[in-house]
Design a protein. Structure first.
Length: 264
């Protein structure tokens, strides 16, 4: 059982963060939010995408056959201080794309064989990978979106978010890396997300949210923290990939000093 002191610290810190949110903003793919209020100027001023010694270029792969089609544009990172991390990061991103491409090729060819054998129309498989840069600087932030279609009623989309601390020893930050010890950040963020769901009548009966994970995908956008969910994770396919915006004023003072420095 937690000591009374430990429990008090968590309750107080949670109350501070919860009380800081006057009008949380909500954003969700394919779900129209309630009319938003004009956001306050963010405390954390995230730089617009720009090169601060870091350059992101594209590696393009395009293939098309009767069985499958691939349109791939991958980010290639250069200029990180930690060269070993940079090499592994680029290699990992490329391997994930190659694995998806191989699966599309194999699946498309097999489905074409089956279609010919059983006399039904061929539905070519498809893979589309693209990326978006959120910011480049001390925090190298970008996302890679992968869309795959395997012949069913619809395709599936997945997004991987990268938040790279460009330091002598680089690290891809997880949500659990952001906050100072002693704060029950999951309890706080869970309540903020639940509040946004319950106050939006268009979605509150559609979503089934309980808790975020320690490695829940996130990004920083316009200085605010955005928590992302995958398709089907907390809502039906029609809801797309929901995301919830946490205003900077509600978390900036709880960030670790080194994380806050990355966002200046």
């Amino acid at each position: 059982m937690k000591s009374f002191k430990s429990l008090a610290v968590n309750v107080i810190s949670s109350a501070i963060l919860l009380s800081a949110v006057a009008a949380p903003a909500f954003a969700a793919t394919a779900a129209k939010p309630a009319a938003p209020t004009k956001p306050a100027t963010p405390v954390v001023q995230v730089q617009k995408p720009q090169a601060k010694g870091v350059v992101i270029t594209s590696k393009v792969i395009q293939q098309k056959t009767a069985e499958y089609e691939a349109n791939i544009s991958l980010p290639v990172i250069s200029g990180l201080t930690d060269k070993a991390f940079e090499a592994k990061l680029n290699a990992d991103i490329l391997k994930l794309a190659q694995d998806e491409l191989k699966a599309s090729q194999i699946g498309g060819k097999q489905d074409a064989i089956d279609a010919k054998k059983y006399g039904y129309p061929v539905h070519p498989h498809a893979i589309d990978i693209s990326y978006k840069v959120q910011s480049v600087g001390k925090l190298v932030a970008f996302s890679v979106q992968t869309y795959t279609y395997t012949g069913g009623a619809h395709g599936m989309t997945d997004v991987t978010f990268y938040n790279i601390a460009n330091l002598d020893k680089a690290k891809n930050l997880q949500l659990s890396d952001l906050f100072q010890p002693g704060y029950d950040y999951r309890y706080v963020l869970n309540n903020l997300i639940k509040q946004q769901i319950q106050t939006n009548p268009e979605i509150k009966d559609m979503y089934n949210f309980e808790t975020i994970a320690e490695n829940q995908p996130f990004s920083f956008e316009n200085g605010n923290l955005v928590i992302h969910f995958t398709q089907y994770e907390i809502a039906p396919y029609a809801a797309g990939m929901p995301s919830f915006t946490i205003p900077s004023r509600s978390f900036v003072n709880l960030l670790k000093p080194d994380v806050k420095a990355l966002l200046q």
